[in-house]
Structure formats: C-alpha cells, structure tokens
Design a binder for this molecule. Structure first.
Ligand SMILES: O=C[C@H](O)COP(=O)(O)O
Length: 236
C-alpha cells in the first residue's frame, strides 16, 4: 500500500453461511480490534445481507455479491442496487470471475450493472482477472484491460469504485499469485488507468488483490506499493 490510499479488505463469503455461522463471524468482527486505517467490508449471500448489516458494527460495511442493471421488474431470482441500499448495504461486487465464468456474464453486462449501481448510490468492487491459459499465453494484460474497458466506460464517480484483480487460477485453489506477480499486474493496471482515465484517478483508486489470500500470505502481498487491500474468499 502507498500514497494515502486507505487499505480495503473485503470478505466475500460466496454461497456460504447460515444465521448461526454469521452470528459467529459477526461477534468476532464486532469484538475487533480493527485497524482504523483499514476499510473492512463483508459480503454475505443476498439473503443474509440485511441480517448481517443489522448485527455488524457500523465500522464494518456490507456488500452484496451481485445485482442486476435496473431498479426492479420481471427478473426472477435477481436483486437490484436499490434493494441492496434499502437493506443498508453500501457496496456490491460486480464482475466476479464466478459470475463471468459460471453464469456467463459478459463485459458489457458488467459495465451496465456498474453504471446502474453507481447511479443508485452503491459503491462497486469491480473484479477483473485472467484465466490460467490466458496467463500462460502472455495475455494477462490484454484480458484484464479488455474487462476494464467496459467498466471505465460506465463509471461516473471513481471514489465509489474499488478494482479487484483476481487471477482466476488463484481463486479457491490455494495457488496464490506471488507478491511480484500481483504487484506487476496492479502496476500495469494503474498505469493503464492513468492513460485511459486520468493520472489523478489512477493515483487514488484502490486496486485490491484476490485469490487464495490467507493470514499467512497477506502481509507480504500487502507490502507491495500497488496492492491496496484484498478480496478474500475462503479465508474470510
Ligand atoms: O472474491 C474472492 C475471491 O474469489 C478469492 O477467493 P479465495 O480467497 O477463496 O481464493
């Protein structure tokens, strides 16, 4: 971490949890102590967003894991940014690799969702990342920049966006990117942002890393100058 960007740590619980397990995590988190220089956000499944929000201390923010691109309508099974806000959460994760690769979400749809969520007053954790075969074919930046194009075209307020670089090959595999591998992509992303958006936005936007982050490896990763936090799955 460097240059005044507040460290950001998100816990993405994915499709896991119950009232009982959430109660346990909430008591642990509420008991703290939390570093006041770190923004902490937890992301329960949608059904538990409001429950977690009501139980957690105000110093811990809540994020939904996904939402659709409009306020309401005939979209069975989905939720909107307006509903997330109504339930007291302030962030949404969009473009997670599981949404892209399991549910087939496109860059264009993720861009539209980003635009709508920001407009509705919800912050966006925008996820990008390459698959193993793309990294092995030296296409990491090509892939990540393409995913980013649809996001930057839809951002109205960069102070409400956190970028999560999550190499797909590192997610849930125990195969964490080395601090140098992650730093390299974060640095390239920040330079790309400086060119495509502005030097000011590039210097202020938080770029967090996700993919097999644990208590054991987070310290070394977090010391890299362009790693501004984490999106943690299993370990959260
Ligand atoms: O959103 C979190 C990422 O998918 C990382 O998951 P993981 O920590 O289980 O590898």
């Amino acid at each position: 971490m460097a240059s005044g960007r507040k460290f950001y740590v998100g816990g993405n619980w994915k499709m896991n949890g119950s009232h009982k397990s959430i109660d346990e995590i909430v008591s642990f988190l509420n008991a703290g102590p939390l570093d006041p220089n770190t923004e902490v956000v937890v992301s329960p499944p949608a059904l538990y967003v409001e429950y977690a929000r009501k139980k957690l201390d105000a110093k811990i923010a809540v994020a939904a894991q996904n939402c659709y691109k409009v306020a309401s309508g005939a979209f069975t099974g989905d939720i909107s940014a307006d509903m997330i806000k109504d339930c007291g959460a302030t962030w949404v994760i969009l473009g997670h690799s599981e949404r892209r690769n399991v549910f087939g979400e496109s860059d264009a749809l993720i861009g539209e969702k980003t635009k709508y969520a920001l407009g509705a007053g919800i912050g966006v954790i925008a996820c990008v990342g390459e698959k193993l075969e793309e990294r092995e074919a030296n296409k990491t930046t090509e892939v990540v920049f393409k995913q980013m194009e649809s996001i930057i075209a839809n951002v109205s307020d960069w102070s409400k966006v956190v970028i999560a670089y999550e190499p797909v090959w590192a997610i849930g595999t125990g195969k964490v990117a080395t601090p140098d591998q992650a730093q390299e992509v974060h640095d390239q992303l920040r330079k790309w942002m400086a060119q495509k958006v502005s030097a000011d936005v590039a210097s202020k936007v938080r770029i967090i890393y996700g993919g097999s982050v644990s208590a054991g490896n987070c310290k070394e990763l977090g010391q890299k100058p362009d790693i501004d936090g984490f999106l943690v799955g299993g370990a959260s």
